[in-house]
Design a protein around this ligand. Structure first.
Ligand SMILES: NC(=O)c1ccc[n+]([C@@H]2O[C@H](COP(=O)([O-])OP(=O)(O)OC[C@H]3O[C@@H](n4cnc5c(N)ncnc54)[C@H](O)[C@@H]3O)[C@@H](O)[C@H]2O)c1
Length: 305
């Protein structure tokens, strides 16, 4: 018996990397899994169904149940199709793990419009489409008196908080994903559906590029901090009945670390006795910034751990 026996999950981008690890973990816990993957390269180019098929085979070989879906998460109909496939195959749908995506990193002054559009589309619209269709399914079920077991899990990145200078497209998409997910958490609370966001770190096709690859290298011996499998237990837990009261939260997860984030606090608050003038702003707000370094002592917080 597993924590997710009888539950039906959809994991997007589950052909490799983190998505594959999540799909295997959910299946190990007893969930039946729609393995969605378009099979694209780390920059979003190409298309290949073999990775998604291999994960389905792996789940089945371990005694689980899975079905492949080769649609594009940012396509409205494909995205609805993966949830419809879950319902058609197993009669229900319960868990959405939105994970699919790719990167096209460039500094803001070099980024092309197409790099911005493609990355915003796959991550932000990809999450929106999945959460939109999942939410409609849960709401309809709740309205017609059905028992709703719903979990929405979104994949953001610490770039959403720390604003990587080489990822204006990606960091913006990931920040938007937190907003969409937390909005869904509020919209669906009355149906008992939870929605949470996690920010992983792992060695995958996405991070094995350029200088980043060194950071994620597998150690010659000892604990492999950046194995994608280290992220999936949090996903399994948040998807489980035990996490029914956790919603609208943001986590950072990798290796042996799990951090629960909180929203930025006000660093200072000023109120003028009269309407503000440039002079009074300079005196009060300006005073607060005296001696502080631009960017360094700013909203851009350094990565934790
Ligand atoms: N690896 C990290 O350290 C890290 C850090 C922060 C966030 N993330 C996020 O984790 C998620 C998974 O990334 P990963 O590191 O496993 O990368 P990955 O490149 O190994 O896997 C991404 C998968 O998504 C699939 N995909 C891409 N576009 C798709 C589309 N339109 N429709 C369906 N499938 C599509 C790819 O085919 C691929 O299998 C991403 O959202 C990524 O932004 C990863």
């Amino acid at each position: 018996m597993g924590d997710l026996d009888g539950k039906v999950a959809v994991v997007t981008g589950a052909g490799r990397g983190l998505g594959r690890a999540h799909a295997l973990e959910l299946a190990r816990l007893g969930a039946r899994v729609v393995v969605n993957d378009l099979g694209v390269a780390a920059d979003g180019s190409g298309r290949d169904e073999s990775a998604g098929r291999a994960v389905v085979d792996e789940i089945k070989a371990a005694g689980g149940d899975a079905v492949a879906h080769f649609g594009d998460v940012a396509n409205w109909d494909d995205s609805k199709g993966m949830i419809d496939l879950a319902v058609k195959t197993w009669g229900d749908f319960n868990i959405l793990v939105s994970n699919a995506g790719f990167c096209r990193d460039k500094m803001i002054f070099s980024m092309e419009e197409s790099d911005f559009d493609a990355v915003i589309r796959v991550h932000l619209k990809g999450h929106f489409c999945g959460i939109r269709h999942a939410s409609a399914y849960f709401r309809e079920k709740g309205k017609t008196g059905g028992q709703v077991y719903g979990r929405i899990l979104s994949t953001a990145s610490e770039a959403a908080f720390f604003a990587d200078p080489g990822q204006p497209n990606y960091s913006a998409a990931k920040a938007g994903i937190i907003a969409i997910t937390n909005g869904a958490a509020q919209a669906l609370a009355k149906y008992g559906v939870t929605a949470n966001t996690f920010m992983p770190r792992a060695r995958t096709a996405m991070t094995l590029v350029g200088q980043t690859a060194q950071f994620f290298e597998k150690p010659a011996e000892g604990f492999d901090t950046f194995a994608p499998e280290n992220v999936s237990p949090l996903v399994g837990y948040l998807a489980s009945p035990a996490a029914a009261n956790i919603s609208g939260n943001v986590f950072i997860v990798f290796g042996k670390q799990i951090a629960v984030m909180e929203y930025p606090k006000r660093a200072a608050n000023f109120e003028s006795p009269e309407a503000w003038t440039v002079e009074s702003v300079a005196k009060t707000v300006g005073g607060f910034f005296e001696g502080k370094q631009p960017v360094k002592d700013s909203f851009i917080v350094p990565p934790i751990f």
